[in-house]
Design a protein around this ligand. Sequence first.
Ligand code: 4AD
Ligand code: MG
Length: 480
Amino acid sequence: MKHTKIVDVLKTDPVLQEVFVKGWVRAFRSNRFISLNDGSTINNIQCVVDFENTPEEVLKQINIGAAIAVRGTLKESEGQGQKVEIEVQKIEILGTADPEEVKKTILSPKRHSLEKLREQAHLRVRTNTFSAIMRVRSKLSFAVHEYFQKNGFNYVNTPIITGSDAEGAGEMFKVTNMDLNKVAKNEDGSVNYKDDFFGKETNLTVSGQLEAETYALGLGQVYTFGPTFRAENSNTSRHLAEFWMIEPEVAFCDLDGNMDLAEDFIKYVLEYILEHCDDDLAFLENRLIQEDKSKPEADRAPMALRDKLKFITQNNFKRVSYTEAIDILRNSKPNKKKKFNYVIEEWGADLQSEHERFLVEKHFKCPVILFDYPANIKAFYMRLNEDGKTVRAMDVLFPGIGEMVGGSQREERLDVLQAKMKELDIDEEELWWYLDTRKFGTCVHSGFGLGFERLVLFATGMGNIRDVIPYPRSPQNADF
Ligand code: 4AD
Ligand code: MG
């Protein structure tokens, strides 16, 4: 007999059916009640042990963390908060867990801080909070693919090892198979990569955009969804050194179309989890409500998690130009009480995260799409506007998160692109293949990148990006 997932058992009508389940013991009380979880749902199933008919050595091994198989009869439960329970006929111990050892881990039955859970990243998925987050993350991934596939996009896999810097920000991890102490040097002392595996300097990708552009200019509509790497030393709750990025790229699409796509896409995936992850979202929502109780009123979340997600799906994002945003910031006074300390910005300055959060959380109180940024604070590939000083860039800013999406209409004119690259000292020879697309059938096209972990962060209401990816990579942290 094949075992049944607990999520399905819990949906079964309790008509004295025989059931067979497997899972890990979450709690064991009074030598009689086992709370069993198999990861298929946030909910445990209660198994009622007939301790008189269960061998002593089996009873001894029913400990928190152990893996067991249970056969029994499904019955209506008299206990509170559960409809059904299993009256156990037979228990088999599949994998033991020594209670003394368990005590030293996060599996022990007390509240552990999120920091503590991070230290045992290999075990934290056995906790309610992490299993809920990881199920939501999985469903969000599926929704990403479903959205693009339903809308005629092709999934392209761009390379992880690249010879170019897509963002021109220089925040790359080098890939080499050489001992850099023993390699040949150029006359100026720099490393000569001729003997390296690839015969040139290579890096882990910071973005699949440039390659995605070449594919959009052939397949029409494409998207990537893969790991990207940034060697920026940002030790914040919003940055990872390794994160997953979703990058759609669309031919014959301008900046307005790009904004429409970003908004429609985000609403779709959030609607999807509202529909498919209700138990997990309810659990995460309640977790936040409990956490908020210990905070001063002013620091509490203004909306419950699922209401917040619904609000996003049901309201338009506010579209505001960079210039308008600067005006709003200039006319707003610094407010120490609200912890905003912004100063009047000069036109042309990059916005700091406190400015973004002010616009989203205090001023507009909804997601904001900022567009038409000054050219000099954005990447080389963005389409220059007719004013000669702004580019068709867009950032989607989210409450509690800040930048969720960065994108743009791309510079499709060869001469303008070449002039920009020259200005920024970007080697044309390195990007000859990219420039080719502007020689052969160039056209208006646009795309964006969305940091998947920031989306999961928002969807789960968690506060730190390290808690929404199985094994986070951040400065000084690659322990697992
Ligand atoms: O704004 P970014 O740097 O844009 C690009 O890489 C473009 N090439 C994307 C494109 O147009 N195809 O990054 C895009 C998004 C950010 O808005 C943010 O959500 C996320 O990627 N992101 C990070 N997420 C986690 N940790 C980091 N260190 C991140 N850096 C960027
Ligand atoms: Mg950006």
